[in-house]
Structure formats: C-alpha cells, structure tokens
Design a protein around this ligand. Structure first.
Ligand code: SF4
Length: 304
C-alpha cells in the first residue's frame, strides 16, 4: 500500500483514499473493546486516557517477552532453565523501555520484586507443561499482520506466534497469562484469534488449521479450528462493528455496558455506571494506535 497514513478522529490510523480505497483501520483489541463496552472503547481509543500498568499486566508483558526471546536460542537450549535465566534481564529491558513499570514496586521493595519475578517464572513453568519449544520452530513471533476487508477497512494486529507445518498448515498461538476468570475473557480471546485468522486467510489464502490459546497459569491448551464460512461471517461482523463505531463517533454517543469486566476497568471513576462523568468529547486526533495496540492489554486485567 502506498497511500499516506494519517490518524482520524476515532484515534485509529487511516490511510488516505488515493490511490487506494482504505480509509480506516481496526485492531482486535480495540474492536473487542467496543464489543465489550462502547464507553471503554471511547476512553481508550478516542480520549486516550492513560491506564496505569498493573502487576498482572506487567507480568503478562514480561512472560510474552521471555517466550519471544526463548525462540532466539538454538532449539536444544530452549529449556526451562534458559527461560528462567531470561526473566530478570527481560524485566530490566522492559523497565528501561517503560520506566513507569518500575513504579509498580516501591523503592527498595526487593521482596515484592522478587516475588513478581518468581511469579513470572511460575507462568513459564505452565508453558513448559504444555509445550516443548525444542520441538518447535515458529515461522513468526510478535508479528504485525494486516489485511483490507470490505475494500476500505484495514484490520491489523500483533500475533504472539505463528507456526507453519511442513504441509503449509497454519497454527496461530496466543499466550494467556492473566489470572482473571477464564470464562469472562474466553469469548474475547477467541474473537482476537478469529481476527488474526481472517487476516491470514485474506493475505495468504489459507484458513489457519488451528487457533490455539495457551493458558499458562492453568497449563491448559484450548484449540479451535475455524472454517472459511465462519470467517466470512466473522468478516461481516467486523465490518458491522466498524460501522457501529463510525456511527457512535459521529453521534459522540458511546454508552457504558457494565459487565464482570468492569472489575478490571481503570475508568470506573469516569463511568456513569459507577457515578462518574466522562470528560468532554475530544476534538483533536490521537497518537499512533499501532503503538497503543501492543502496549496496552486487550482488556482490563487480561493480556494481549
Ligand atoms: S467501568 Fe464497565 S461500563 Fe464503565 S467504562 Fe469500564 S467497562 Fe465500561
């Protein structure tokens, strides 16, 4: 695509219509925000309200970073010990890149930090209970993928891992590190994976054989096999969702939709469902959502 990228009033990246026709973009995280609660979408994507990192989110980021780096090692070296050795250096790297993470632990709180690092190592044990990375050679890790649907909507997101079998079969893998009740988030997690499946199908012409959720805390695997008809329906759902976002934006009407997920929402103080008042609807556009899409968890209390 050669068109120039710009940011629209929705805070989503758009691409000028000439020479192509793409005019908006949507990530699975933001789409899922709108599905979960339109007001949450507004707070995150339009108001761009900051959210302080939580220990749980930081742990998820750390474990994702370790698992990504683990596959940099030669296959025989991808052992639980090697993963454990990566925890502390990866945390140091993350804190250097995002100094706010250091505020999660009071100065000199070595005990708290040590417990945090050990809890991350515990999640990695969960990973090794369900997979042997010595037997895997991922095709892609932390990869940004995108496709145009409905001739004008760019859908894109970062997948944790893509495995390609010798026969060309695709397996999309997503690591889940959150401690929140799984049933509260599983539909959202599957929505995210179908989003990636749709992108891969549209760009490679292959429907992924497996969408895999790895729940590291419980050391469980959840596999889902999509089919083409389902992805056609899903594409319609995504496009309809985007139309609904456009309408809500035009009307400046994003309503709260309270649910169990409110327990993990950072914005209760501004939410009418909790006696709060949203800030005035912003008139200015926002920064690049591609950065945001990776730095913010998919939902309060859950990992991307
Ligand atoms: S507290 Fe609940 S209803 Fe309010 S914005 Fe957050 S998720 Fe939506």
């Amino acid at each position: 695509m050669t068109a120039e990228s710009v940011i629209d009033a929705q805070g989503e990246q758009t691409v000028a219509r000439a020479p192509g026709t793409v005019r908006a973009s949507l990530s699975p995280s933001r789409a899922a925000d709108f599905k979960t609660c339109p007001l949450l979408y507004r707070f995150r994507s339009i108001d761009r309200l900051p959210e302080r990192p939580t220990v749980e989110q930081a742990r998820g980021t750390l474990v994702h970073a370790v698992l990504e780096r683990l596959f940099d090692l030669p296959a025989p070296a991808r052992t639980p010990e090697s993963a454990g050795d990566l925890v502390s250096p990866q945390w140091d790297r993350l804190v250097t890149e995002e100094p706010e993470l250091a505020t999660l632990f009071a100065d000199g709180d070595a005990v708290g930090l040590d417990g945090f690092l050990r809890s991350a190592a515990g999640l990695l044990e969960g990973y090794f209970a369900v997979e042997d990375p010595r037997r895997l050679e991922p095709a892609e890790r932390e990869a940004l993928i995108s496709a145009v649907v409905d001739d004008e909507l760019l859908i894109r997101g970062y997948l944790d891992r893509l495995d390609v079998a010798p026969d060309g079969a695709l397996r999309v893998v997503d690591y889940k590190t959150g401690g929140a009740p799984r049933e509260a988030f599983e539909a959202r997690a599957l929505f995210q994976l179908k989003f990636y499946a749709l992108v891969l199908w549209r760009t490679r012409g292959v429907v992924p054989r497996v969408l895999r959720l790895l729940y590291l805390k419980d050391a469980e695997v959840c596999d889902y096999a999509p089919d083409a008809e389902e992805l056609v329906r899903f594409e319609r759902t995504v496009v309809a969702l985007w139309r609904a976002i456009e309408q809500a934006t035009a009307r400046q009407d994003f309503r709260p939709r309270p649910s169990r997920l409110c327990d993990w929402c950072s914005h209760q103080s501004r939410c009418p469902s909790f006696g709060g008042t949203p800030p005035p609807f912003p008139v200015a556009a926002a920064p690049d959502p591609l950065v945001d899409a990776r730095s913010r968890p998919a939902t309060p209390g859950a990992d991307e």
